[in-house]
Design a protein. Structure first.
Ligand code: ADP
Ligand code: MG
Length: 339
């Protein structure tokens, strides 16, 4: 019989990968914000039009790229963040798959301007459906700006599946909150259709939470802190009287990355046992630091699910740390704004 297997052309492979990485405009926002953070940006601007359907742009003042790297960044498996398999067990960056820009460029019109601090001139390039259609040396500021337009222009089924601008903006805002809470030391600006939704100066954790969720959040927060050989825990829980029926302000960050963990959520809720009604949930902003070697984040392309080596110990430590904080707070309320 004749041979029938062929390797897919790159643009088809990229489009398939995009299906996993990019579900909606918020996924693009996440990837671009994370790239800006990995580039060491001190100030990041997020500019959105019409819930991300018309424009998603991220402007950073980070490292920038050379002309060759700017071009290569849109190739699949092109990354500056890991070099060998072992690096996967010692990750210090958000990215490492080298897939985001290739995926985004396969399903949108992308315009990039980038310049390293050391160069006089930068690079301006446009790529549409995996094809570079324009590249020029240009006068650009230090850092990188990536504008993503007409998302899913070549996948009508996906484009039609998008929800209203309002709903897509809500998903984007959720993603923005997660990234901004994980990095209070970075300044963020967020604009939608020309109006500024958030202006977050570089701050400490408590002030970042309060700037995002309003000054009333401040009085709700109880500090949490613990250091063990397995995990370092910092952050805040909300006082029991502020427990809500709806799930809402509940955030776990592991090594500066937002994660979802029903298991650890359970540990927090268990610590509140007897203090809140069983159909209500506490709010929390918990920052965990573990040895990168004890953490697998390569379970899913979006990297919000992770696998811990010693999940059971983590559960026990988290639960007792929070119990301890709740106990302390009963004795001496901690309302210090500067913690
Ligand atoms: P990954 O982040 O997994 O490496 P991406 O596709 O997101 O993959 O990006 C590919 C590469 O492009 C990155 O490794 C990085 O070198 C470069 N890059 C992307 N965005 C930026 C940025 N905002 N500033 C500087 N370099 C960037
Ligand atoms: Mg990336």
């Amino acid at each position: 019989m004749a041979d029938i297997i062929q390797l897919l052309p790159d643009h088809v492979a990229n489009q398939i990968a995009a299906g996993e990485v990019v579900q909606r405009p918020a996924s693009v926002v996440k990837e671009l914000l994370e790239n800006a953070l990995d580039a060491g940006a001190a100030c990041i601007k997020l500019i959105i039009k019409d819930g991300g359907k018309v424009l998603i742009q991220v402007v950073d003042d980070g490292l920038g790229m050379s002309a060759t790297d700017a071009r290569l960044s849109f190739s699949r498996h092109a990354t500056s963040k890991i070099k060998k398999a072992e690096d996967l067990f010692n990750l210090h960056t958000k990215g490492f798959r080298g897939e985001a820009l290739a995926s985004i460029a396969a399903i949108a019109h992308v315009e990039m301007q980038t310049k390293p601090d050391t160069e006089e001139l930068g690079t301006h390039l446009r790529i549409e459906g995996s094809e570079i259609v324009f590249q020029e040396t240009a006068v650009t500021p230090k850092g990188t700006s990536i504008a993503v337009k007409n998302l899913f222009f070549n996948i009508p089924a996906r484009r039609n599946f998008l929800k209203s601008n309002h709903v897509e903006l809500r998903h984007i805002t959720d993603e923005f909150h997660r990234v901004a809470l994980a990095h209070p030391d970075v300044a963020f600006h967020f604009y939608h259709n020309g109006s500024e939704l958030f202006n977050l100066p570089a701050d400490n954790h408590r002030k970042r939470i309060v700037t995002i969720f309003g000054t009333r959040a401040n009085q709700k927060l109880v500090p949490v802190e613990e250091e063990t050989p397995i995990v370092k825990i910092k952050g805040f829980i909300t006082k029991p009287e502020f427990a809500k029926k709806s799930r809402g302000e509940q955030f776990f960050f592991v090594n500066h990355r937002f994660i979802k963990s029903p298991y650890l959520h359970h540990a927090v809720v268990a610590a509140f046992e007897g203090l809140i009604k069983s159909d209500t949930y506490p709010g929390y902003f918990l920052y965990l630091e573990v040895n990168p070697a004890s953490l697998d984040i390569n379970i899913h392309p979006t990297k919000t699910e992770v696998k811990f080596d010693d999940e059971h110990s983590l559960y026990a430590i988290l639960r007792s740390t929070i119990k301890h904080s709740l106990g302390q707070f009963n004795v001496a309320p901690a309302l210090d704004f500067d913690q």
